[in-house]
Design a protein around this ligand. Structure first.
Ligand SMILES: [Zn+2]
Length: 332
């Protein structure tokens, strides 16, 4: 039974299993963009005040910032996390290993982060979220992005992955064993195929020629899910920051929708914490889901009293004006 069929069932004459599903048809999800050392108790409090059903962290907490990862692991709201390239900064990259501030023979900080996060780290794994009637599928963790698989030794030693094909197969195993039909994908870098211009959602902005910097293995896994009649509600990631290096006249595209109706969100608002005249403001991307479908997406800023002081609608209508979709690109 697809979620749409399930939701046609009347509330008054349903089995206990269906009743459980209809009790959780709506959910609010927070996406936390690349942290880059900006995390404190105030962020955890804001997440609690926003009363989100699920928090999705797209990684890059710092350069193997174990203390921040431990704080995130202690966040009380249900959460799924994927670690980014900066979270293996001194381990995966041969060049960066030479600058490592600690002794690799004594410590494995990548492993320490994974152990701190436990089952909420979904890289090459998944998290069942029965209270939202969905499964979070994790893409390849620690992604640097691009058309060639970087740091093969790191992936081979830790995950027995030597190619994009190996990686896709691993992600597809999570898809095929997911308990829920509605899936949310969480990656550090986004999937390939969403455009090659500098300002595109995964466009390379540090070369004036642009180029698609999405992950091919991630794209192949999403296609597998869509073609297996899974309902891919949302795909979210970070890594490619909203501000563009070579074009200061515009920001990166942050949301696109494909022909399956899957919503792709780049949550990399960096910096995600800023100081204003009225104090510190923290950013979160809030997604509302109803019956497994994305209803609204807002980039919100929250002040120190956990009040939303601004909200930019990236998708869906504002409650006041009920205007049509603000920013939606339908990819051909
Ligand atoms: Zn990154």
């Amino acid at each position: 039974m697809t979620p749409i069929e399930a939701n046609k069932v009347g509330v008054n004459a349903i089995s206990p299993a269906s009743a459980d599903q209809s009790a959780h048809q709506s959910a609010t999800i927070a996406i936390i963009g690349d942290v880059h050392d900006q995390w404190s108790r105030a962020d955890a409090q804001a997440l609690e005040a926003l009363a989100v059903d699920l928090a999705l962290f797209v990684g890059d907490f710092g350069n193997e910032a174990i203390d921040i990862v431990r704080q995130v692991a202690a966040v009380s709201v249900p959460k799924a996390v994927i670690l980014g390239n900066h979270d293996a900064w001194y381990t995966a990259s041969k060049q960066n290993r030479k600058k490592c501030p600690y002794d690799h023979t004594q410590e494995d900080r990548v492993q320490q982060q994974l152990e701190a996060l436990g089952s909420c780290h979904v890289g090459f794994d998944k998290l069942e979220v029965p209270q939202c009637n969905l499964t979070v599928i994790g893409a390849r963790p620690f992604s640097w992005g691009g058309a060639n698989l970087r740091h093969k030794r790191f992936y081979r030693e830790r995950y027995d992955v030597s190619s994009f094909e190996d990686s896709t197969a691993k992600i597809c195993t999570s898809i095929d064993t997911a308990e829920h039909n509605t899936l949310i994908f969480l990656g550090h870098n986004g999937p390939a195929g969403l455009g090659d211009q500098i300002h595109h959602i995964c466009g390379r902005d540090w070369k004036r020629s642009g180029g698609d910097y999405g992950d091919p293995d991630f794209a192949a896994a999403i296609a597998h899910a869509q073609q297996s009649n899974r309902h891919v509600s949302l795909v979210t990631f970070g890594h490619m920051h909203h501000e563009l290096r070579h074009d200061k006249t515009r920001l990166r595209e942050r949301l696109v929708v494909d022909n399956y109706g899957t919503v792709y969100i780049n949550g990399a608002q960096v910096p995600r914490v800023i100081e204003t005249n009225s104090g510190w403001h923290r950013s979160f991307t809030l997604v509302t889901l109803h019956q497994g479908l994305v209803q609204t997406v807002r980039l919100v800023w929250v002040n120190s009293t956990d009040t939303i002081v601004s909200a930019e609608y990236l998708y869906g209508s504002t409650p006041k004006t009920n205007t049509p979709l603000d920013v939606v690109m339908n990819l051909g």
